[in-house]
Design a protein around this ligand. Structure first.
Ligand SMILES: Cc1cc2nc3c(=O)[nH]c(=O)nc-3n(C[C@H](O)[C@H](O)[C@H](O)COP(=O)(O)OP(=O)(O)OC[C@H]3O[C@@H](n4cnc5c(N)ncnc54)[C@H](O)[C@@H]3O)c2cc1C
Length: 373
């Protein structure tokens, strides 16, 4: 290996070099550390990074996932309480991350909506008529009814990211670097990440966890079809609900003493600004669902970039041609739900332990040079 002037080789014997320090990168580093594996997490904070911007819903029953993936998504939801308890112990912090397991309501505004929901009710879902809904959530009393998915819910993803930061900083097997991964080299059995500042990090494996920017790092063996899909959210100063509610055009998520209203879905490239149009759309969703919210104050309005794939499923596991390259990206709309579970499976995989079958998420489902759709 020869280095150009000004370049530094800082590689020692790292197991994983992880590109990206959102929920995907940090959970992989922590799950790997549990198995005695060391990581260097290289993260350049970028406007639009999704993990702190998200609504934090854990909604495998509502998100319309394909049958091959649904059981895995339910497994991911059931993993959450244990994951949070273990994370809190690793962070050695006495305030827990808020987890709402009251269930998620899919609310019907019309008779047709209710019929449609009735036809789709399955597993442990409970159909509520207008009275049942009004008893559960008086603020939704004007709606025709709802389906309650009793085990879905939400997590405070901002608190979760802070807890992940703390736990990673306390873990001696994890080194964190604030820099960009400018390119990767995967030839000759070597796995190297070069940073924007010119440092070289070699690892036994490279993990790609760079969110919406997943396809943009030079040196990848395939053109990953991951693209940014902007979502705007509002935070209102009223809390009329105790359940997460999917309502016409969007969703409402209780958070502390406030209410999140989401979310737009916009093809805006990597532009992460908020817009007046976005705010109007979100206020409309909130007020059509609960007219009293017309008097609510907007506390905050922000946007984030979902890292989406053509089938809205993540890309997980080894690259078919380069086994030392591991994908933990393309989490699309469900990364808060799926990433902690995915990280535990990926860490098991790289440690040579039994892991769930990640075939539905294999990179090989896309042509090596699939066009970005
Ligand atoms: C508005 C909105 C609402 C959402 N709601 C939900 C929800 O309710 N439930 C749910 O489960 N999911 C939700 N999601 C999706 C979820 O947020 C994402 O799937 C998840 O956060 C993706 O995590 P990540 O770590 O892959 O990406 P990110 O959080 O974006 O992290 C990637 C990190 O990599 C860094 N990076 C990128 N390129 C490089 C590079 N070359 N070098 C170094 N660092 C780099 C970025 O700056 C960033 O810090 C929502 C997303 C949005 C935007």
């Amino acid at each position: 290996m020869s280095l150009a002037r000004g370049e530094r080789d800082v590689s020692k014997t790292t197991d994983l070099v992880i590109a990206g320090g959102g929920i995907a990168g940090l959970t992989v580093a922590l799950a790997a550390a549990e198995r005695g594996l060391s990581s260097v997490v290289i993260d350049e904070p970028r406007p639009g990074a999704a993990s702190r911007a998200a609504a934090g819903m854990l909604a495998p029953s509502v998100e319309g996932l394909p049958p091959s993936v649904r059981p895995l998504a339910l497994e991911a939801r059931e993993y959450f309480p244990r994951f949070l308890a273990e994370l809190q112990a690793k962070a050695d912090f006495d305030v827990a991350v808020a987890l709402n397991r009251n269930g998620i309501l899919e609310v019907a505004s019309t008779e047709e909506d209710l019929t449609r929901l009735r036809d789709r009710t399955r597993d442990d879902a409970v159909l509520l008529d207008q009275r049942g809904l009004a008893e559960l959530e008086p603020a939704l009393a004007t709606h025709m009814g709802a389906v309650l998915h009793p085990k879905d819910g939400s997590v405070d993803n901002i608190a979760l990211m802070s807890m992940l930061d703390l736990a990673a900083s306390r873990q001696r097997l994890i080194r964190r670097i604030s820099d960009s991964v400018a390119s990767i080299e995967l030839s000759g059995g070597r796995h190297v990440a070069w940073t924007g500042e010119g440092t070289r990090h070699e690892g036994r494996m490279i993990v790609l966890a760079s969110g919406a920017w997943g396809s943009a790092i030079p040196g990848l063996p395939r053109n990953l079809p991951v693209r940014p899909l902007r979502g705007q959210l509002l935070l209102l100063d009223q809390l009329p609900l105790t359940h997460v509610a999917y309502v016409a055009g969007g969703y409402l998520v209780p958070r502390g003493t406030t209410l999140l209203v989401g979310a737009t879905s916009e093809e805006a490239g990597f532009k992460n600004g908020v817009t007046g149009e976005g705010q109007m759309e979100l206020l409309g969703i909130a007020q059509r669902a609960i007219p009293e919210l017309a008097s609510a104050r907007v506390i905050e309005h922000w946007a984030g970039l979902r890292p989406v794939t053509p089938d809205a499923l993540p890309i997980l596991g080894r690259d078919p041609g380069v086994p030392g390259l591991i994908y933990a990206c393309g989490f699309s709309r469900n990364g808060i739900l799926l990433a902690p579970w995915a990280a535990s499976q990926l860490a098991a995989l790289v440690a040579g332990e039994d892991a769930s079958d990640l075939a539905p998420f294999a990179a090989s489902r896309f042509a090596p040079n699939a066009a970005l759709k």
